[in-house]
Ligand binder design. Structure first.
Ligand code: ADP
Length: 206
């Protein structure tokens, strides 16, 4: 991709269970936003395929999927959404959830993304997030959410390899949002941050 046609985006960032998916799905219903969750893309791959089996193996252990496979699958998914016109990069602001998840991915995604804001969903209470994840396990039938050891492994990985991603971005574009509020309150904060970016994107392309 050339520098000019990279996807303009905001990142939804934060530990597991913080509400990135919940908020992303709400934003996805607003014209002008396109929500893409890397976890959802992984969960939608046919588990009978070679890539699907490999991905399932990592996810179900709470490990990150290796970068080359992650990027291959992510790129294929984005290209498909663009081809189907579900995601119209000139009209829609991309709301990317779950990437970059380690510092090497920060470098890799530079080729594809123009990141305007990092929305950092912060939650003070890890036990509260574990509780949310347990509820999600039942609601969404997620194997990685059902086992407490695997959930704790994901938190450890978040601290070790994902949290350092934040230090790679200009603090001026990082916005903290307290995830303990109601979904509507969290949404209001996220909209306050994203609407100006979305307006700029719209004006630049129309
Ligand atoms: P959560 O944020 O609740 O952990 P996600 O749906 O974002 O859940 O991710 C589920 C799993 O998918 C992760 O635990 C990890 O195994 C894998 N995954 C998601 N995004 C990435 C990524 N960018 N790189 C590698 N693995 C990823």
């Amino acid at each position: 991709m050339t520098k000019d046609n990279r996807y303009r985006c905001v990142l939804l960032f934060g530990p597991p269970g913080v509400g990135k998916g919940t908020q992303g799905k709400i934003l996805a219903n607003i014209p002008g936003f396109f929500h893409l969750s890397v976890g959802d893309v992984f969960r939608s791959i046919d588990i009978g395929s070679a890539d699907g089996r490999e991905v399932y193996d990592y996810i179900s252990r709470g490990e990150l999927v290796p970068n080359p496979l992650t990027m291959k699958i992510w790129k294929k998914a984005v290209d498909a959404y663009v081809a189907l016109s579900w995601y119209k990069p000139r009209e829609d602001l991309l709301v990317l959830d779950g990437m970059p998840r380690n510092v090497d991915q920060v470098e890799i995604v530079k080729e594809y993304l123009e990141i305007h804001r990092v929305i950092y969903l912060e939650c003070s209470d890890q036990e509260d997030m574990i509780h949310r994840i347990r509820r999600r396990a039942i609601r969404e039938n997620r194997t990685d959410d059902a086992n407490e050891d695997i959930i704790r492994r994901r938190f450890d990985l978040y601290e070790e390899v994902t949290a350092p991603v934040l230090s790679k971005y200009d603090p001026a574009i990082i916005h903290k949002v307290d995830c303990n509020g109601s979904p509507a309150e969290v949404l209001r904060s996220i909209l306050n941050i994203t609407i100006p970016v979305q307006n700029e994107h719209f004006l630049a392309n129309n």
